[in-house]
Design a protein around this ligand. Structure first.
Ligand SMILES: O=C(O)CCC(=O)C(=O)O
Ligand SMILES: [Fe+2]
Length: 420
């Protein structure tokens, strides 16, 4: 038996022996769902997980990978046609503003975006989680790793940034202990100046980080910033660092997805609930012209990684579509309501799927990723003789990875914050 499964089994039996019967009752419905899907043992039951790939015979092979499959009808959904594409869209009467475009990206496009994420994007001037702790080479951790692979004599040691962390060292205070579930203040057009005025110190480098080779650091790559810089400590954007344009490749995919959707079918159909769009009114009517992404993140998940329940509420545009692209291994995506007390819906996201979170309800709903599904890398991301040089290196990395490109609009199109 796989040693990690053995360990998971041991931990499971130990935990049920020690569990007092009321611990579970303290978990919010969202937390309980996270726990259920995260467990390696017993493996989670996916019969309540929506799996739209099962509706497309072209995806048969993908849906069999790793033995993981959900159900095509686990969640009430409605098919909508897309304007300029052969693919379909799905909307959900219980989560107005959520749109899923299964296999929206061609196999070729998926490969291109994997290549872009690793080789072109995860390097300066875009910040990555590794930059907090290490002095990374300008080519970024992926290209340094690839160079070593082709010629071991090029192996470099990446030095830590370790500094003496005295009081007043100009870094954020380090908080030890479990991560707190602290909610940040939602950004609005009226509190924007106040939030923008808060001092945002850089995160403190780890004092224990050691000189490391690229192959040691690569599996620790967790995110690379897109566009406006995000400050994790305050969970607000730091506009003082300037703006990096969202790469055309990404902007085009996102705009294409937003324009392919007939928003009237999403927000103005017979079954759509009346939503509170605030003073701005139903902004969806002009998204074809006003949607313009300016921030985001590329998330790199190894199969053991999870993303806790959260709301993306740092953007001034509170209803504008958030476009989320899945690549590589499949994942369970949970989406609930305005608090963790709403039972979340579970959706299986596979490589090439695009999720759009939009409107006043869905855009600020709790969501998270409790599980990456092992052995679900589709065959079209495995080696083939065409295109990218040394794809086998990408394939090897992607066997245990899911990439998510999560793209947002912070400001209305054309708006430039004061003093930037
Ligand atoms: O990985 C995903 O599908 C979601 C990522 C996400 O929610 C985020 O980056 O805020
Ligand atoms: Fe998110």
């Amino acid at each position: 038996m796989d040693p990690s499964l053995k360990k998971a089994k041991r931990q499971y039996f130990k935990s049920i022996r020690n569990r007092s019967s009321d611990i579970q009752n303290d978990w919010s419905p969202f937390r309980a769902a996270e726990k259920r899907f995260k467990a390696k043992f017993p493996p989670p039951d996916l019969s309540t997980v929506l799996d739209l790939a099962l509706l497309n015979p072209d995806r048969d092979q993908e849906a069999k990978a790793g033995g993981w499959a959900g159900r095509p009808d686990a969640l009430k959904s409605r098919e909508v046609s897309l304007s300029d594409s052969k693919t379909k869209g799905y909307i959900f009467p219980d989560i107005p503003g959520l749109v899923i475009l299964p296999s929206f990206l061609s196999h070729q496009k998926q490969k291109e975006l994997v290549y872009w994420s690793l080789s072109e994007h995860a390097k300066q001037p875009n910040e990555t989680n590794l930059d907090i702790h290490y002095i990374l080479p300008p080519e970024g951790v992926w290209n340094a790793y690839a160079a070593t692979k082709s010629d071991p004599s090029l192996e470099i040691q990446i030095k830590p940034k370790s500094v003496a962390l005295d009081a007043g060292s100009g870094y954020e205070e380090q908080v030890s202990g479990p991560r707190q579930l602290i909610n940040n203040t939602p950004a609005t057009s009226t509190n924007f100046d106040t939030l923008n005025g808060i001092t945002k110190l850089p995160a403190a480098p780890s004092p224990t980080a050691q000189p490391s080779s690229p192959s040691i650091l690569l599996p620790k790559l967790r995110w690379a910033n897109i566009g406006w810089f995000y400050h994790w400590g305050t969970k607000q954007y730091d506009f003082t660092k300037g703006k990096i344009e969202v790469h055309n490749k990404i902007r085009d995919v996102c705009r294409h997805a937003v324009r392919a959707v007939d928003w009237k079918q999403v927000f103005d159909n017979d079954n759509a609930p009346q939503l509170d769009w605030g003073d701005a009114g139903p902004e969806w009517t002009s998204w074809n012209e006003t949607y313009e992404p300016d921030a985001g993140i590329v998330n790199f998940y190894q199969t053991k990684d999870t993303l806790m329940a959260h709301v993306d509420r740092s953007e001034v545009c509170a209803t504008s579509p958030l476009v989320s692209i899945s690549l590589g291994n499949a994942a369970i995506f949970l989406i609930g309501g305005q608090t963790r007390d709403t039972e979340p819906a579970a959706i299986l996201l596979r490589s090439g799927d695009v999720v759009i979170m939009s409107g006043p309800v869905c855009r600020r709903a709790y969501h998270g990723v409790p599980r990456i599904l092992e052995n679900t890398l589709p065959s079209h991301l495995r080696c083939s003789d065409d295109d990218v040089d040394n794809w086998s290196l990408y394939e090897e990395y992607m066997k245990t990875t899911r990439i998510n490109i999560n793209v947002r609009q912070v400001f209305p199109k054309g708006f430039v914050p004061d003093g930037i």
